[in-house]
Design a protein around this ligand. Structure first.
Ligand SMILES: [Zn+2]
Length: 341
């Protein structure tokens, strides 16, 4: 959680919408949408007239025509609701909506380049927190209260460079994000075992410049607590081997090839929490195939992972024939031979 007092208010304002904020307060049901505006009773002064408070969705601003007789932007709204300063409201927004602290850090040069229009995200009702979620060094990742919308599904990075079909892309909910904290990146939703989205990972489409990270994760999110695609892998038959890979795209590609019981570590090591998740969803009869990339990190990681998993189920380490190979390089026929020896 960002504790710095330097917050770029513009960036925070651009990253969240009034719709998301109303959803956060559980007020969405009280508002009616008509064209570009939402109207409802004013939550600030607690009125009851259903037209006294109006939100312009595209401008991302609000107005109370009744008692308050004023309006403002998203941060003004949170500040009024919480009875705090704009600065405190921005810090709350960063926390509630898992904004990237780097992206909202005050930087006067970048200020003017920020998009003034916020992404319009239709929000879904907040899922219940996962009670039995593994915890490592603190709290479990909370389910997100918003969804990134208007993602570009048929982005060439996904279709041409990664060879994903539209079906796979839609199935995993990935897509190119034009606005907000994942702007310019491929947004990949990460679900917890209960199927709630707990974060979006942002993959730079292609090779990023030196100072740009390939992947961006939201602040406060612990990827070591999750296994990508676990929510769906655990619904596959118990006698099908579970394949463990490193990355998102390896998991998506194996899934596309018909190996749907696949999870990704989101790295080449397995955390204690990830081990516990695998243990919880396997039996002593289960088979696990560890399929890490054929590089130094993968080779080092797979030995450790295999020895730890072998304590509670059957493990096979998959070794590629060529150095540098990754699960994405396998064909459906190789995989079917692997799963049905
Ligand atoms: Zn009011």
């Amino acid at each position: 959680m960002p504790r710095s007092s330097f917050v770029d208010f513009k960036a925070v304002k651009a990253a969240i919408t009034m719709v998301q904020v109303l959803e956060h307060y559980g007020l969405s049901d009280q508002f009616k949408k008509s064209g570009d505006s939402l109207s409802g009773p004013c939550p600030i002064h607690g009125g009851s007239n259903p037209t006294q408070f109006r939100v312009s969705i595209s401008k991302n601003i609000w107005n109370c025509f009744s008692k308050c007789k004023q309006g403002g932007n998203v941060l003004d709204f949170i500040a009024k609701m919480e009875k705090v300063s704009i600065h405190a409201a921005a810090l709350k927004a960063i926390e509630w909506f898992h904004l990237d602290p780097e992206a909202v850090k005050a930087n006067s040069e970048k200020d003017e380049e920020r998009p003034s229009e916020a992404p319009r995200g239709k929000t879904e009702s907040a899922p219940k927190p996962a009670a039995k979620h593994p915890v490592e060094n603190g709290m479990p990742n909370k389910p997100l209260k918003f969804r990134l919308e208007k993602l570009e599904r048929e982005h060439p990075y996904l279709t041409k460079e990664r060879g994903l079909t539209l079906e796979t892309i839609v199935d995993f909910g990935v897509g190119y994000c034009a606005k907000g904290m994942m702007a310019g990146r491929i947004a990949i939703p990460i679900h917890n075992p209960e199927g709630n989205v707990v974060a979006y990972a942002g993959r730079w489409p292609g090779e990023p410049a030196e100072d740009t990270p390939k992947y961006k994760l939201p602040p406060g999110f612990s990827k070591s607590l999750e296994l990508f695609n676990i929510d769906r892998a655990i619904k596959e038959p118990g006698d099908t081997p579970l394949i463990i890979v490193e990355g998102f795209f390896a998991a998506m590609m194996l899934h596309q090839h018909g190996c749907k019981k696949v999870v990704a570590l989101m790295g080449s090591t397995m955390s204690a929490a990830q081990e516990e998740l695998i243990r919880k969803h396997t039996t002593s009869e289960s088979q696990v195939i560890v399929m890490l990339d054929e590089d130094e990190a993968g080779q080092a990681g797979r030995e450790d992972i295999a020895s730890r998993i072998s304590r509670f189920c059957f493990v096979k380490v998959y070794q590629f024939t060529e150095p540098g190979m990754q699960p994405e390089d396998l064909y459906a026929v190789d995989l079917s031979a692997l799963l049905n020896p």
